[in-house]
Design a protein around this ligand. Sequence first.
Ligand code: NAD
Length: 503
Amino acid sequence: MTTTLETLTINHFINGAEAEGTGTATKPVYNPATGAVTGELRLASREDLEATVAAAKKAAESWGDISLAKRTAVLFKFRELVANHVDELAQLITAEHGKVLSDAKGEIGRGLEVIEFACGIPTLLKGEYSDQVSTGIDVFSFREPIGVVAGITPFNFPVMVPLWMAPMAIATGNAFILKPSGNVPSAAMLLARLFQQAGLPDGVFQVLHGDRETISGLLTHPDVDGISFVGSTPVAKHITEVATAHGKRVQALGGAKNHAIILPDADLDNAADHVAAAAFGSAGQRCMAISVAVAVGDAADLLVRKVKERALDVKVKNGTESDADMGPVITPASKQFILKTVTEAEQAGAAMVVDGRDLVVPGHEDGFWVGPTVIDHVKTEMTAYTEEIFGPVLVVVRVDTLEDGIKLINANPYGNGTAIFTSSGAAARKFQRSVDVGMIGINVPLPVPVAYYSFGGWKASLFGDKHIYGPEGVSFYTRGKVITSRWPETHHASGASYNFPSN
Ligand code: NAD
């Protein structure tokens, strides 16, 4: 990055070096807490894209051939470097995303877990061997890298989501091109420098900033073999359609509308603490945020009262302030969409319990602020229920029974995460077995799987077969080979036949 007056110019990272590229288009980068433009992001030209893919292709050939011991040495060093740069990375996240510093450090922690998992790649890539499947014949299998993988990531986790992908792709022997969200590009550049310091050869990890044309170039390029995408559902669907039509392996994680069911037998103070934190943390801009509280029977009035108390207590401030609980939303457009959706719910007859629409943060009047908002008596036809709001808005839907709650969840097009708050093991078990959702929390509001499981939703929250990171990540970034082998002691012992081989 280079400084020009007050704003930073943010370059690409191509083939081992920061590069201005030949593109003439740029995009402003904002600090959402102040509304100030802090950076000017260079967007790639077709020429930049070609140079990046060519460098990746060349790098993949040698990196895929390098020993597992050398690969893991780089990953261990990278892990140490990321751990030593948590403060710097967190500051970059907060400056461009707005989330509070402690939350930014939290996402880096979850990214570190994936690097740690990837450090175990020699064990994870162990193949299988079957001795003497037929007389004198052995069969064994191993997995090879797919080649060049592009990762296209959303604004809401500038470090964690790239780290869901890159360490796994690189550990398995691929070259990885990251196209980060244009709203939060700087942390990716620091990751590139840290990979380089860790000893990663040039071209194995690159960062290319760009617009839809750049993305389209990656999706259709003959030398790109796989696409990992995380973002909203319409884009995930589009990415899947285009990239698969061009013969690429694709995993595309989409949006969400995560419901938490609260049963009357739950500890309602505990449930209200967790539901509020999961709804308003990171200003609701998490794909695992709880955005719908499904209050069952008698739980509803008390739960709404308790969540209201907590929502009114949330300290909304610049994320750099040590006592801030929640920062701004990402863009003025996002703020407008959130306000519009809340207003539509109010006009359709929902009850405003806490209204964050007019929030002003003193000293930060130009920031993109929305305060915690709670809307009760929301109906499933309201846009506040049908749309992914992606802001600090909790809608409360009241139902009579657990079964009604499960039906509601299963009728929703999304299936990313869900949670139940209860003191009944039987209810929890029924819930975990009945919901059509990929990640389920039992008295846990944000059930983001640890790195040695895999992360992925169902239905409109994931396109493609493989979940991300963990064992499914290893599988996504590799393809299997099965070898059937005979070493006859003499030529005649091999017993050639015109019949189909039988054992
Ligand atoms: P987004 O879909 O707008 O953007 C994601 C990426 O796609 C960005 O890099 C962006 O530049 C690119 N992009 C945007 N529009 C495009 C288009 N028309 N064609 C091609 N590429 C395009 O998402 P966002 O606003 O950055 O992030 C928020 C969304 O991501 C939410 O919907 C959230 O639920 C989702 N998300 C999902 C997960 C998950 O694991 N399922 C995790 C994080 C975020």
